[in-house]
Write a protein that binds this ligand. Structure first.
Ligand code: SF4
Ligand code: SF4
Ligand code: FES
Length: 513
């Protein structure tokens, strides 16, 4: 533990005024007004208004303070007592999550008193916890499990029967979420999320003390928010699990790579969790300016579209009125022939294409085949065609535009496709990546499809499709999107692409001999 002389020396080095300690020997005068405290012997600057836990987080030392009820995206509750620290000159241990930091404070996170307190909280929680880690979906990413390894007591003095909730051991709260109340540690993150963040108010705690129980506000309605997957992300134990991921994969097998959700124009930041290039889930990645800690369920579940078994992942060529799988050489040669012989070509690019893909097509096609091309963008979300028409669909994240790069298409000066324009050419190159809708195409026009298509989308265009060139989904490629707020986001591949899909610049390269 630091003594006052050590503190003076540390603080003096940084020329600050130490005005928290009453000891007059500790007071140093200095010019820098930024408040500082000492955390385990290290001087740490902080922003006025921070709690001790936030100071530790900002200093990259949040791992020193375990917590259950605290979550940076939720209002502070200060109920679990796991985060207690020792603050010099204060008699009791203080909860780091709810105690405001003060200039000159001296905080210790690893003293004997602190460790004893954490072991006490752990023992208290484990009295009733079923300890079914081997069959619990949260194992490997469970705060209770991790904290028990670090701070838990070796033995328990509790010999009585554990409290159980027989009616809520496996209770479906909705189609998306299952509750196992026996595992709940009563942190109430879920209740605060439902009340303060999504404002659906569909969860509440009933009863008191030993019998406290999480329950639905309305059993018939169940959970109603569009952000239910977040409950499973932040529940510190395996009490709330996301049905889509439940019993599907052990978390320690998953590789985690950053990417951007392309489910709407918000462009929430995500982590792609995969093993052997099979995606098992999307989870939120924190971005203060875009999505905070959350993503919506539609975006979360959108990995199914990438892994869709009906997605066309091999080049296809029309033969006897039907599309058949072929080689890249034949598909590229047929594409080259169609582009070479057409008189007028309309290139309709979905606003789910990256800026790089749009720019490449705008430059490469006229360069390779002459000035017969007209370029248009297509969004397909109702009547929306410009970003100024886009609007929020709720108070949190979800946008009306169901593509990720309408602003990027506008930056590339791609005019939106107006009704009827698609008729004025003999060949149409339709480029989309699974998000923008499929535009209606007039009779008598030949079609080349490029990008991410499933068999139903391709079939909706009838027999006019001559060639299908499979491209890459967002999580399989690199590129840039501009979101609804004008924020430019670059991303790199999170997984290796499915099947024989190719990046746009490679895919068109060999169409011209
Ligand atoms: S279900 Fe999870 S998030 Fe909700 S109170 Fe229990 S432990 Fe906390
Ligand atoms: S709000 Fe939009 S960008 Fe964010 S997760 Fe949902 S669909 Fe994806
Ligand atoms: S995290 Fe501070 S009291 Fe729960």
């Amino acid at each position: 533990m630091c003594n006052t002389t050590d503190i003076n020396r540390e603080m003096g080095k940084h020329e600050i005024a130490l005005n928290y300690c009453s000891n007059k020997h500790a007071v140093q005068k200095g010019a820098n007004p930024a408040p500082k405290l000492i955390l385990d012997g290290e001087v740490v600057e902080f922003v006025a208004g921070d709690t001790i836990l936030q100071v530790a987080e900002r200093a990259g030392r949040g791992h020193l303070i375990p917590r259950y009820c605290y979550h940076p995206g939720l209002p502070i509750a200060g109920t679990c007592r796991m985060c207690t620290v020792e603050v010099e000159k204060m008699v009791k241990l203080m909860t780091a999550c709810s105690t405001p930091a003060a200039d000159g404070m001296v905080v210790h996170t690893k003293t004997e008193r602190v460790l004893k307190s954490r072991a006490g909280v752990m023992e208290f929680l484990l009295i009733n916890h079923p300890l079914d880690c081997p069959v619990c979906d949260k194992a490997g990413e469970c705060d209770l499990q991790d904290n028990n390894y670090r701070y838990g007591p070796v033995t328990s003095s509790f010999l009585e029967d554990k409290r159980t909730y027989p009616k809520a051991a496996t209770k479906k709260l909705s189609e998306k979420i299952t509750l196992n109340m026996n595992r709940c540690v009563h942190c109430e993150r879920c209740v605060r999320f439902s009340e303060e963040v999504v404002k659906s108010c569909d969860l509440m705690m009933v009863n008191r003390s030993w019998h406290k129980e999480l329950t639905l506000a309305d059993d018939k309605l169940g959970l109603t928010s569009e952000y239910q997957g977040c409950l499973s992300d932040f529940c510190p134990v395996g009490a709330l699990t996301f049905n889509d991921f439940r019993f599907v994969k052990r978390s320690w097998f998953l590789q985690r790579h950053p990417s951007v959700c392309d489910g709407c124009s918000k462009g929430c930041n995500i982590e792609v969790h995969s093993e052997d290039n099979i995606i098992y889930r999307f989870t939120p990645a924190y971005n203060e300016k875009i999505n905070g800690h959350w993503i919506c369920d539609t975006g979360r579940l959108s990995y199914h579209q990438v892994m869709d078994p009906t997605r066309i992942v091999r080049p296809m060529l029309a033969h006897n009125g039907a599309l058949q799988a072929t080689s890249w050489e034949l598909a590229q040669a047929a594409t080259g022939h169609l582009l070479e012989t057409a008189k007028k070509v309309k290139v309709v690019i979905g606003t789910d294409a990256t800026i790089e893909e749009i720019r490449y097509l705008q430059a490469a096609l006229p360069d390779m085949f002459g000035s017969k091309f007209t370029f248009r963008s297509f969004n397909g979300t109702g009547t929306l065609s410009t970003s100024s028409q886009d609007k929020k669909l709720d108070h949190l994240l979800i946008m009306q535009d169901k593509t990720a790069n309408l602003r990027g298409a506008e930056e590339c000066k791609l005019a939106p496709l107006e009704n009827g324009q698609i008729n004025d050419s003999d060949l149409v190159l339709l480029v989309r990546f699974g998000r923008s809708a499929v535009p209606a195409v007039g009779n008598g026009q030949k079609l080349i499809l490029l990008g991410v298509w499933n068999s139903a989308e391709q079939a909706s265009l009838g027999a006019a499709v001559e060639v299908m060139l499979p491209g890459l989904a967002t999580v399989e490629k690199s590129g840039t999107y501009i979101n609804c707020d004008g924020i430019r986001q670059q991303f790199i591949p999170a997984v290796v692409h499915l099947g024989e899909g190719m990046a746009v610049n490679r895919l068109l390269r060999f169409t011209k001999k």
